[in-house]
Design a protein. Structure first.
Length: 101
């Protein structure tokens, strides 16, 4: 798998040159599709339906590079639901980081 921003919806998604499919790497979208309370995306968007119909046995979501615009629109609908506006989202650690004042 390689990064191919020109072929996939976003820079983080990975491209498989053999299958010509992109692998979803968007953590907020993963959270929303797993119905986690900290993440929300519009699961009625066409991009979400594309991803849900292309989940592999390992739980990874894939889409054709030709469907990148629909997936990009789905990603654009995603937000995190942190407790306060002072909290921040860090996809490399826990969903929300609480800022104590």
């Amino acid at each position: 798998l390689i990064t191919a921003a020109a072929l996939c919806a976003v820079d983080q998604d990975l491209f498989n040159p053999v299958s010509r499919m992109c692998k979803m790497e968007n953590r907020i979208a993963f959270g929303a599709m797993a119905l986690q309370k900290w993440a929300h995306c519009d699961l009625n968007k066409h991009g979400a339906q594309i991803l849900q119909s292309n989940m592999d046995q390992a739980g990874a979501f894939w889409y054709s590079y030709q469907q990148r615009d629909a997936v990009r629109k789905f990603y654009a609908s995603c937000v995190t639901l942190c407790a306060t506006k002072l909290d921040s989202f860090n996809s490399d650690t826990v969903p929300c980081i609480h800022v104590c004042m």
